[in-house]
Design a protein around this ligand. Structure first.
Ligand code: CU
Length: 124
């Protein structure tokens, strides 16, 4: 009897471990480096599978950097004049609330053109 319970419990545990995509994931953008000039975010984002409900946490020094969520055209042109949202708290958590593309960059100086920019694709 106890063996049967243990078997069911361990099967359930294996199922949980084997299906992590069921749960929302929090990504720290740039991993240990955070949101900064020193990271290639195109490389960071490659191969990641973002889904609705996942979160992105941007960690940065607000003395040096900020975070703008922008439109695709402003992203492509590094245009900081009309952000959808601006964040400057140094520890910004963004919930990927719907499927589609999300665009971010740092609006300070020439940081965007120096590749401090991130585009993510979120699946349903
Ligand atoms: Cu910056």
């Amino acid at each position: 009897m106890n063996k049967a319970i243990a078997l069911v419990a361990s099967s359930f545990l294996i199922l949980l471990l084997a299906s992590p995509t069921v749960f929302a994931t929090d990504y720290t953008v740039g991993d240990a480096s955070g949101w900064t000039l020193e990271v290639d975010y195109t490389k960071w984002v490659a191969g990641k599978d973002f889904k609705v409900g996942d979160t992105l946490t941007f960690k940065y020094s607000p003395s040096f950097h900020q975070l703008d969520e922008v439109s695709e055209s402003d992203f492509n042109g590094c245009n900081p004049s009309k952000p959808i949202r601006n964040h400057r708290d140094g520890n910004t958590k963004i919930t990927l609330s719907k499927a589609g593309r999300f665009f971010f960059f740092c609006p300070i100086g020439n940081h965007c053109s120096r590749s401090m920019k991130l585009a993510v694709t979120v699946r349903a």
